[in-house]
Write a protein that binds this ligand. Sequence first.
Ligand code: SF4
Ligand SMILES: [Zn+2]
Length: 316
Amino acid sequence: MKSRGLPDRAGRHVSLMRWGVAANGEPAHISEVRNGLKCACTCPVCDGSLVARQGRIKEHHFAHASGDECQRAAETALHLAAKDILAKRKEIVLPEVAMNASYGLPRIEIAPQQRYAIASAVMERKTGSIIPDVIVEVSGRRLFVEVTVTSGVDGAKLTKIRELGLSCIEIDLSEASYDLRREEIEKIVVDGSTQKRWLHNVRANEVRNKMLAEATLLETVYRGFAMHVDGCPIPARRWKGKAYANVIHDCIGCEHLLAEPSERAGVICDGFRALRRPRPTLPGALRPPPEAFEHPEEDNPINALNRWLAGKMRAR
Ligand code: SF4
Ligand SMILES: [Zn+2]
């Protein structure tokens, strides 16, 4: 729950500000500073002087000495505090890395949830054309950390992160109170995992794409209203000695199906590799190259494969 705000001099409702920037440039919680102007804190948005209000009636908070409150100061200050705390702690718990299971692919654990030492951490350093909140170095690799307080990473930024070939984790504070204290923020950004999620993980992508590239793409053929693929390795069905499968009745639910079937891309079947059967020499049986599953604007490998197939058709 967000803490309730107060109207400022102009009558605008603003959230109570619990973090300011201390004289040494570091974020300071209202509980960590002296009362009134003695707090010597400034606002991270406008740089104006803050007054620590630590009275008995209202909740303790910072207010602008000028009386004009910045609209987004409370969230900006929490964002700054979270980044700073992470950068200083020199360790982070990263959630489990699993191959993305959301597109019908089997779920494969790649790395368990684990605590990692941070060799280095820098805040807001431009990399390529983006500025990640924090760049940490763990196990010899750079990792982007994005802290979400109000707005998360948009599609354009995610595309650029993929293009850079770096993993990115999001720490979600969008539901958190702006009143979080230092130790509460540490629990979330350093020691916890429930509010962290991988926006992009290079290793998971590699495993997924290798698996997809070793599989066979069987193009769909319509026979009347039925959608079929020829050459099914099980085989699910036969017609005049030729193996085939009905996509809806046989492929969906089959243990060898690696991704949701798509009308254009067809069925990505792992059965030939798993059952050690030779890949069929049918014209509709392909082995797409690994890059067919990679497109910076697509997290979904099937969409990437569709783009690759469309390009292939255009080239014909
Ligand atoms: S996914 Fe299963 S049913 Fe479909 S072609 Fe492959 S092995 Fe046959
Ligand atoms: Zn301000």
